[in-house]
Ligand binder design. Structure first.
Ligand SMILES: Nc1ncnc2c1ncn2[C@@H]1O[C@H](COP(=O)(O)OP(=O)(O)OP(=O)(O)O)[C@@H](O)[C@H]1O
Length: 329
């Protein structure tokens, strides 16, 4: 990972910080639900995104990240609850929607058009459009201007999409893993450009990603979704310091962690690695030392992966229950 600038423009919010100066500014979701048929995908989301901050939207496959972003951007309808951007409902609200950009992995453009044709149309969609920035980004990503969109490679299409998100300079920017097709050096260009852009022109960015550790420096706050709900919304440093990774010989780890809330436990031979909630007091660290255990602050990705395993287990249990119900009927 080459983005080494640490949280260049960070504020230091308290975990679960919802006390804002203006309760209407930014994006506010209140008790938002979304169902597809009988399946409730979003189960009552309450969320406040401040203007000018970068948020990481994290969670296992299928927890509802795309659904939540699509709903804020009015690409799909919510089932209940309310969504406002700067106090206004974005539904059918051109004034609000022209200040937002939503880029997702399966983005569709007019594929027969040349790159330069799409570029010339974009200023009418985004009032903050930056033509020079767009040109510079195309240059950096080596995207040919005189090529039809359908002839771009997957990675070039992703690079084109992220270039648009940056050059739109939209106050509300939603990035739903559009960087998936990008090779590592292109991703680094994207992280670098995003960092520069938000430092010089603060805007609200909500970005979902499974490449958590490499994007962690960009995220001021993380929003972790589990099973259609928001499990955690906090400053990213507060999230990593909310858990501790304990590793060592299994008997010693078991003895040490017996009184802790264990989030995840994995073993390789006799070596056990356990993630527990909370941080350790100096006295507890001494006890860990005596048992020859290693104690570390886990990375964001490790925490999200551990919670994802819980999600997976819960889904398996659901499937199991459904099968049992089926067997009984
Ligand atoms: N149009 C649809 N009809 C029915 N179910 C849908 C539809 N779109 C999404 N879903 C379901 O809603 C749930 C949430 O999907 P969503 O795409 O929001 O997840 P996600 O968190 O973005 O996942 P991923 O990390 O895999 O992109 C999934 O179970 C998915 O199958």
């Amino acid at each position: 990972m080459t983005v080494t600038t640490s949280h260049a423009h960070r504020h230091q919010p308290e975990p679960q910080d919802t006390a804002r100066t203006d309760p209407h500014s930014g994006i506010v979701l209140r008790d938002v639900t979304k169902s597809y048929g009988k399946t409730e995908v979003l189960k009552g989301i309450d969320l406040h995104l401040d203007p000018g901050k970068v948020y990481g939207l994290l969670g296992a496959n299928g927890v509802g990240k795309t659904t939540m972003m699509s709903l804020i951007c009015n690409h799909i309808f919510r089932t209940s609850g309310s969504v406002t951007i700067d106090g206004e409902d974005p539904a059918e609200n051109a004034k609000i929607l022209e200040r937002t950009v939503f880029i997702h992995e399966d983005q569709r453009w007019h594929d027969d058009y040349l790159v330069k044709h799409i570029l010339s149309a974009l200023p009418s969609f985004y009032r903050g459009w930056q033509p020079e920035l767009a040109e510079r980004l195309l240059e950096r990503f080596s995207i040919p201007r005189k090529t039809q969109l359908k002839k771009l490679s997957r990675g070039q299409r992703s690079a084109f999409a992220v270039s648009i998100s940056l050059a739109s300079r939209a106050e509300y920017t939603f990035l739903d893993e559009p960087y998936l097709g990008l090779d590592p050096s292109s991703r680094n260009i994207f992280y670098e450009e995003l960092m520069r852009e938000v430092s010089e022109h603060p805007r609200t960015v909500l970005m979902s990603t499974h490449l958590i550790d490499e994007a962690a420096n960009l995220m001021e706050e993380v929003i972790l979704m589990r099973q259609g709900r928001i499990e955690l919304h906090a400053d990213s440093d507060a999230v990593t310091s909310s858990m501790t990774a304990v590793r060592g010989i299994e008997d010693a780890v078991d003895e040490f962690t017996a009184s802790y809330d264990i989030v995840n436990s994995q073993s390789l031979g006799r070596i056990r690695s356990v993630l527990v909630r909370g941080s350790l007091s100096p006295r507890e660290r001494e006890r860990a030392d005596r048992l020859h255990l290693s104690v570390e602050t886990p990375g964001l990705q490790e925490i999200v992966a551990a919670l994802g395993i819980l999600d997976h287990d819960a889904r398996q249990a659901d499937v199991h229950d459904t099968q049992n119900e089926g067997a009984m009927s």
